[in-house]
Design a binder for this molecule. Structure first.
Ligand code: SF4
Length: 256
C-alpha cells in the first residue's frame, strides 16, 4: 500500500485537468463535423454521402445535425469537399425545454450527483465510454459524480441506446422510481435520435419520445469528456464554452 502512495507522490496527478483546463492529450476526442461553407454543387455532393441525413444543404454550404451523426467520417474521407471538423469535446447541450420546465436541480446538487445508467438497447460502444468515467484518467469522483445501481438513490438518469420496444417499460419504471428533483441525460446519437435504427419496428426514435430529456450528448459514441460535459451542464457547472474547441479544419490531415 505504501508503495502505491510513494509512487503516486513521485509521478504526480495523471488525471485529466478538464474542466479546469482544456484537454490537450491526443486521442481523447474523435471530433465532430461542423457547419461548412461550400459552393452549392459541392455541398450537395457531400450531403449525399451522409448515411443518416445528418448533413443538410443550406445556401451557405452544409449544416450538421449532431444528433444524427454516427461518426462514419464519410464527409471528410475520400471526398473532394471535406467538411470542417470540430476537434473539441464540449458537445453536450442543455435543452431549452428543460429550463422552461423549471427542472433545475438547485444548488444542493451542484457538488454531488448520483447517476443511474440504463442501457436501453445500446451496442456497447456508449456504455464502454460511460465506463471510462470511473477510470483513473477521467476519475469522475473528483467532480462529485457517482454511479448508483438503484433508482431510489439517483438524481440523474443517464440513458444509452436507441430505446427498443422491450426497454420502454423498464426505463419508464426506473424514471418513476427516482425521487424528485430528477433529470435525464441522453448519451449517444442512438439515444438522441435512434440514428440509423429509426423509424423501424423495434424503436421509435430516441429517449425523448418517452421521457423529458434535459441534456443531450451527441456522438457515436461520445468520448468520456463529452459525457462529463453533459453531467457538468446538468449539475449547473457548465465549463467555459469553446475553451478546447478547434474549428475550421485544423486537423483535416489527421482525418484522411
Ligand atoms: S461523420 Fe458520417 S454521419 Fe456524421 S455527418 Fe459525416 S457523413 Fe454524416
Amino acid at each position: 500500500m505504501s508503495q502505491w502512495v510513494t509512487k503516486g507522490l513521485a509521478t504526480g496527478v495523471k488525471a485529466t485537468h478538464y474542466p479546469r483546463a482544456a484537454e490537450t492529450a491526443p486521442g481523447t476526442s474523435p471530433g465532430m463535423p461542423a457547419a461548412t461553407s461550400l459552393p452549392a454543387a459541392r455541398a450537395q455532393l457531400v450531403a449525399a454521402r451522409c448515411p443518416t441525413a445528418a448533413l443538410r444543404q443550406v445556401p451557405s454550404g452544409v449544416e450538421v445535425d449532431r444528433r444524427r451523426c454516427v461518426h462514419c467520417f464519410r464527409c471528410v474521407r475520400e471526398t473532394e469537399s471535406p467538411v470542417d471538423w470540430d476537434a473539441g469535446c464540449q458537445w453536450a447541450e442543455l435543452l431549452a425545454g428543460s429550463e422552461r420546465r423549471g427542472r433545475s436541480l438547485g444548488r444542493a446538487f451542484s457538488r454531488s450527483l448520483h447517476i443511474l445508467v440504463v442501457d436501453a438497447g445500446d451496442c456497447g460502444a456508449c456504455l464502454s465510454e460511460v465506463r471510462q468515467l470511473n477510470n483513473p484518467y477521467y476519475n469522475m469522483h473528483r467532480l462529485g459524480f457517482f454511479l448508483t445501481p438503484t433508482p431510489r438513490h439517483a438524481d440523474v438518469l443517464l440513458v444509452v441506446g436507441a430505446l427498443t420496444e422491450h426497454m420502454r417499460l423498464p426505463l419508464r419504471k426506473a424514471y418513476e422510481a427516482m425521487p424528485a428533483p430528477k433529470r435525464v441525460v441522453a448519451v449517444g446519437s442512438c439515444a438522441l435520435s435512434a440514428a440509423i435504427f429509426s423509424p423501424s419496428f423495434i424503436c421509435a426514435g430516441g429517449v425523448g419520445k418517452l421521457l423529458p430529456v434535459d441534456v443531450e450528448v451527441p456522438g457515436n459514441p461520445p468520448p468520456p469528456l463529452a459525457i462529463l460535459h453533459g453531467l457538468l451542464l446538468v449539475a449547473g457547472r457548465k465549463p467555459p464554452s469553446g475553451t478546447d474547441a478547434v474549428r475550421a479544419g485544423a486537423n483535416q490531415d489527421r482525418l484522411r
